[in-house]
Design a protein around this ligand. Structure first.
Ligand SMILES: *[C@@H]1O[C@H](CO)[C@@H](O)[C@H](O)[C@H]1NC(C)=O
Ligand SMILES: *[C@@H]1O[C@H](CO)[C@@H](O)[C@H](O)[C@H]1NC(C)=O
Ligand SMILES: *[C@@H]1O[C@H](CO)[C@@H](O)[C@H](O)[C@H]1NC(C)=O
Ligand SMILES: *[C@@H]1O[C@H](CO)[C@@H](O)[C@H](O)[C@H]1NC(C)=O
Ligand SMILES: *[C@@H]1O[C@H](CO)[C@@H](O)[C@H](O)[C@H]1NC(C)=O
Length: 732
């Protein structure tokens, strides 16, 4: 499932990477490639599979030894393929073989930046958990595809039964990590580093653990958001967001697969560099270990050209084949939403004017009023003119000007925490971060400007909420515009969850604080909310396909805020499907969707054939004229480049109790008329399927603009359920 996220602060790291690629390729022309062979056929032992992969390498390498040494991973569980060090010519030779689907370079991915309140806010508890206890006592196994701080209270196992017998995973030992760190909650942990080390050389263990242990915090945060146990009286920085922190699926078993590592260099504290070869190994192992849900908060640097050369797509296809649900934060700028919690802290200017702000700083300032200065008026010579007022780098501010004062810095250009550090370095008392003309006017027009900061507090029930965060990425889907992405939106702003105790809450070198819980924002934080919802659904509906679970989550989402108005984005505009997907996740509704849009492994193969001519399974050749990508039975409908009329078909499966009669209600996109036929669907039993057609045509009177989109939706209603799909029309 595509959920969204972003971080401007990490862009620097990906730029560094591009630069070093160029530098290193000058010396060594070999790179790690993934050679994808499709499905495993028949039953072969791991040795036989390894031997087969070795023979591919022998066909392009000059010796047994060279073939042996070049192999990094042999994927043996579900994915048939291997990762190896190859030259471009060797890779191209392999990709031309008839039995090879594709050979492509192992690229880097990164997770995207930044829970007491979020679960209550999306209101899933009573109804869903009640259902689960009644119907199915068995808990689920999930994975966080990240590393873990095993001592966190969120991962204690009190009261959990024995590890399910179907679990085949392991607890891999390494630096500060041994088998006793796993328990009945954290039932597996592994790490993957060969792709990383082939590129950067041996991991520097003076700042990173060569083991599943989390030296960063991000993995612990996302894993505890999915499945952390309830821990009471938890808060960040001594009092903010105080409450009980609990994952969305607190009885789920967790397994961690660590695939992200630090880039050697200026800030090795950030472990956000993840190689395709390592991720594919982790996904293949997770499938083999028997996980039910994969939560992958890792973004993609630019869209791969086709699904056949997209490691995350290949891994997800194999997961889906085994009915494993994949929640993936797709794209570096994708949909996250806010929750109804704020930390207001007004600034009172010397003239009595009050400016509303937010903070999570617990410190009380010793006196009430301080001198106030604008960073742009306190800069040292050499500060670039175009960075005036931003305090982006160490050495920009003059200690003589700033000492003992509150400093107003502009937002944008560089990391917010970095600006705070610079104000601190120069001896400032506090920082006000914001592009407030009011404060600047006051400073400029006053002889001795002053300000007072009022102690912040946590306020719940903020309205309207949620709001789409500005950092969320937007559609249309760059790989295949005929399928709506993202699928869904979930809380991602100011989420409180467990943290690594070897990492500062801000991730800065100079920050010596250590915390057990931390506030983070980003689609990385939305993704585990969706994964947890999927895990709860998997517990209730053991035999549902992952498409059925995706459908239940999407068709029951809401595009309204807590007051019933359309959800808005940070700019105050009504948010559309390219921002929200189907809307904001509502777990309690998802547990009783009424109808689902199902799809099977073979449907995804057809979809890949149609979308990019990619034959992902060599035993299933692409038909001459596959159905168009838009025909995939997805719970949304997108028409691109519409001029006159167009139509597509969908099939729904009745998952309600038995007899049901649904009628359709359409919310037409502006300038488009929509007809759904038939308008009524009658079901006599559970499991029965019915198809219908959605036809659209541009209205004669409509003033449409080529390249623009219009948004609507259609819903199937039976008096109890409301099964809603977004409808997007792009004009040619
Ligand atoms: C695992 O490590 C802990 C310390 O972190 C130690 O107390 C324990 O004895 C070790 N267990 C094993 C089985 O090595
Ligand atoms: C490992 O990192 C430490 C601390 O940053 C540094 O002093 C050391 O030189 C690094 N070692 C290697 C082999 O790069
Ligand atoms: C958080 O709330 C709990 C219970 O309401 C209280 O006992 C605890 O002191 C609070 N913690 C902080 C840091 O405010
Ligand atoms: C500021 O100016 C410098 C030098 O001209 C340039 O390299 C840099 O990209 C500029 N930065 C921004 C944010 O415009
Ligand atoms: C799941 O099992 C139920 C009851 O055994 C059955 O009615 C239903 O059709 C099955 N659903 C799927 C998607 O196989």
């Amino acid at each position: 499932m595509g959920t969204r996220q972003s971080s401007s602060s990490l862009l620097l790291l990906s730029l560094l990477f591009v630069y070093s690629t160029a530098a290193s390729s000058f010396f060594d022309t070999r790179k790690v490639y993934i050679v994808y062979l499709g499905q495993h056929k028949g039953t072969r032992t791991p040795e036989e599979i390894h031997g087969d992969h070795h023979s591919y390498l022998l066909s392009v390498k000059s010796s047994e030894m060279e073939a042996h040494e070049s192999l990094l991973y042999s994927y043996k569980n579900s994915i048939n393929g291997f990762a190896a060090l190859l030259s471009a010519e060797e890779a191209s030779k392999l990709s031309e073989m008839e039995t090879v689907v594709a050979a492509f370079p192992s690229e880097t991915r990164r997770w995207s930046m930044h829970t007491t309140r979020s679960w209550e806010f999306i209101g899933h508890e009573e109804r869903m958990m009640g259902r689960r206890r009644k119907r199915c006592p068995r808990e689920q196994i999930l994975e966080g595809n990240h590393r873990i701080w095993p001592e966190s209270e969120s991962f204690r196992d009190g009261g959990l039964g024995p590890i399910p017998r179907r679990w085949r995973g392991t607890c891999q030992e390494g630096d500060s990590f041994n088998s006793s760190h796993c328990n009945r909650k954290l039932i597996g942990a592994r790490y993957y580093l060969k792709g990383y080390e082939a590129y950067y050389g041996p991991l520097n263990t003076s700042y990173a653990y060569r083991s599943p242990r989390d030296g960063d915090g991000h993995g612990t945060h996302t894993a505890s958001t999915v499945g952390g146990r309830p821990v009471s009286a938890v808060s960040a920085f001594g009092g903010f967001a105080n409450g009980t922190a609990s994952g969305g699926a607190p009885l789920a078993r967790l397994a961690a697969y660590k695939v992200c590592w630090p880039i050697p260099g200026p800030n090795p504290n950030i472990e956000n560099t993840c190689f395709d070869a390592d991720m594919l190994a982790a996904m293949d192992d997770a499938i083999g270990d028997g996980v039910d849900v994969l939560s992958i908060s890792i973004g993609v640097n630019g869209a791969p050209p086709t699904y056949a050369v997209d490691a995350l797509a290949i891994g997800s296809l194999h997961a889906v084949k085994q009915n494993i649900v994949v929640a993936l934060s797709a794209g570096n700028s994708g949909p996250t939403s806010s929750i109804d919690r704020a930390f207001p802290a007004p600034v009172v200017l010397g003239n009595g004017e009050v400016i509303e702000g937010q903070t999570v700083t617990p410190y009380r300032l010793k006196k009430r009023e301080f001198s106030l200065i604008y960073a742009g008026d306190a800069e040292l010579p050499g500060t670039p003119a175009n960075a005036t007022g931003y305090a982006v780098s160490s050495g920009f501010l003059s200690p003589a000007e700033v000492k003992g004062k509150i400093v107003l810095c502009l937002r944008g250009l560089g990391m917010r925490v970095g600006k705070g550090m610079e104000v601190k370095r120069a001896g400032g008392t506090a920082i006000i971060l914001g592009n407030s003309p009011l404060i600047l006017q006051y400073i400029r027009g006053t002889k001795n400007p002053t300000a007072a900061l009022v102690q912040a507090k946590t306020i719940l029930g903020v309205k309207p909420s949620p709001v789409m965060a500005a950092f969320s990425s937007r559609g249309p889907n760059p790989i295949e515009p005929q399928i709506l992405k993202p699928d869904i939106t979930a809380p991602g702003l100011n989420i409180l969850a467990a943290w690594s105790e070897s990492s500062a809450p801000t991730k800065l070198d100079g920050d010596k604080r250590r915390v057990k819980y931390n506030l983070m924002s980003g689609t990385s934080m939305s993704c585990p909310h969706v994964a947890a919802t999927a895990a709860l659904l998997r517990t209730i509906y053991r035999n549902w396909s992952s498409a059925a679970i995706r459908s239940a989550i999407m068709t029951t989402a809401t595009s309204r805020d807590t007051q019933g108005w359309p959800l808005r984005n940070a700019a105050g505009e009504v948010a559309g499907p390219f921002e929200l997907g189907a809307g904001h996740v509502r777990p309690s509704h998802a547990s009783d969707p009424g109808l689902v849009y199902d799809a099977a492994y073979s449907d995804y193969l057809l979809f890949a054939c149609a979308s990019s001519g990619a034959q992902l399974d060599l035993s299933t050749p692409c038909p001459k004229n596959p159905p168009p990508p838009a025909a995939l039975n997805h719970p949304s409908v997108v028409f691109t480049t519409l001029t006159g009329t167009a139509a597509t078909t969908r099939t729904v499966t009745n998952v309600g109790k038995g007899r049901a009669r649904y009628h359709v209600s359409v919310n037409e996109p502006t300038g488009v008329s929509v007809s759904v036929t038939p308008r009524t669907l009658s079901f006599r039993r559970q499991g029965e399927k019915k198809s219908f057609t959605v036809a659209v045509s541009v209205r004669k009177s409509a003033a449409i603009v080529a390249g623009e989109y219009a948004y609507g939706s259609y819903s199937w209603l039976d008096g109890v359920h409301q099964v809603t799909s977004p409808l997007v029309v792009g004009f040619a």
